[in-house]
Design a protein around this ligand. Structure first.
Ligand SMILES: NC(=O)c1ccc[n+]([C@@H]2O[C@H](COP(=O)([O-])OP(=O)(O)OC[C@H]3O[C@@H](n4cnc5c(N)ncnc54)[C@H](OP(=O)(O)O)[C@@H]3O)[C@@H](O)[C@H]2O)c1
Length: 302
């Protein structure tokens, strides 16, 4: 089957970083009717260029979905080489392997490529201005992924959904705190467009199925909010009275700089026929889903 002909059903899909939050969602979504090869870091370390070439040549994929990433933004400041290896140079190897296999490459980048000084949602045409090691490594990864003959680079942010073992995301920390009746610190000055992994996986599939042109797309749930506003919506959905401690990013004194304003414009994705639901309905679906079923493919609301 030729890569990029718009079909997913029956394709052979390799997912790297398959044990992570997004990787698990991708495996569930594509696993509905494609043949998924789920590769965790133990199965394939994407920084091992030789292993990447050999494994992908052997798997003969139609589509490669790279969900692996070195995502500890603060730690990356102290170990830039690892961030560059995983988030950038490994992507170059994946792009080369995708071309050799005749496969389409899907790769995920981040809102952090922007400096956060904007006052309206960022579009794909806006100039990146990374302000941390992690952010620079993600921008390089975008460029390398786009070198592949057919590639999609999807910028996501503030992902939420069932995490892999031992990992808790920002949103789940808020959910746990509110459920426990504990004080929950929340940023009042960081605005994000959260993205539900089940919706990102659905959108990824739709983008490929719709035979959209390759390139760079913003892929988040519609809308934007501060973390305080997100916490208030979580509390409302859980029916709890939250104990929120408003903090600013300056007060938190984080090692790596974060963009204050990270709302992403998703009209390019919409023009390709992929209309993302709002973050509030995505959150309601996530929090309302049976924990046993979280991570399995979900049908989007109309
Ligand atoms: N989470 C967010 O809010 C967010 C925001 C913007 C962009 N993104 C991007 O979205 C993508 C997925 O993120 P996520 O939240 O799903 O991350 P995650 O839950 O941390 O999963 C990342 C996975 O990558 C694996 N990995 C790390 N280094 C690897 C290597 N050298 N070879 C193979 N696998 C490796 C990790 O394995 P180990 O567990 O063994 O380390 C982990 O399973 C990444 O590209 C990330 O940069 C995420």
């Amino acid at each position: 089957m030729a890569a990029g002909d718009g079909r997913v059903a029956g394709c052979r899909v390799v997912v790297t970083g398959a044990a992570g939050r997004l990787g698990r969602a991708m495996c569930a979504e594509f696993g509905r009717d494609a043949s998924v090869v789920a590769l965790t870091r133990t199965d394939l370390d994407i920084t091992d260029g030789r292993a990447v070439g050999a494994r992908l040549a052997a798997e003969r994929p139609d589509i490669i979905v790279n969900c692996a990433g070195d995502n500890d933004v603060d730690l990356a400041e102290g170990r830039p080489v690892r961030a560059l290896e995983v988030n950038a140079f490994a992507v170059k190897a994946l792009a080369r392997a995708a071309d050799e296999a005749g496969a389409a490459l899907v790769h995920f980048s981040s809102d952090f490529v922007f400096d956060g000084e904007a006052s309206r949602p960022y579009t794909e045409a806006d100039e990146p201005n990374p302000r941390s090691v992690y952010a620079a490594s993600k921008l390089l990864g975008e460029w390398f992924a786009l070198e592949a003959r057919r590639s999609f680079v999807l910028r996501v942010e503030s992902l939420f959904g069932p995490a892999g073992a031992g990992r808790v995301g920002s949103l789940d920390r808020i959910v746990e705190g509110i459920r426990a009746g504990a004080p929950v610190p929340v940023f009042v000055d960081r605005t994000v467009s959260p993205a539900y992994v089940a919706d990102v996986a659905w959108a990824t599939r739709r983008l490929i199925e719709g035979a959209a042109p390759g390139g760079l797309y913003h892929c988040v749930n519609a809308g934007a909010a501060t973390w305080r506003e997100i916490a208030l919506e979580i509390a409302r959905l859980l029916g709890r009275e939250p104990r929120l401690t408003p903090i600013t990013m300056d007060q938190a004194a984080l090692r790596a700089s974060r963009p204050r304003y990270s709302a992403l414009d998703i009209s390019k994705l919409g023009a390709a026929g992929v209309v993302m639901p709002g973050w509030q309905t995505a959150l309601a679906r996530y929090l309302g889903s049976d924990p046993e079923k979280r991570g399995q493919a979900e049908t989007l609301e109309a």
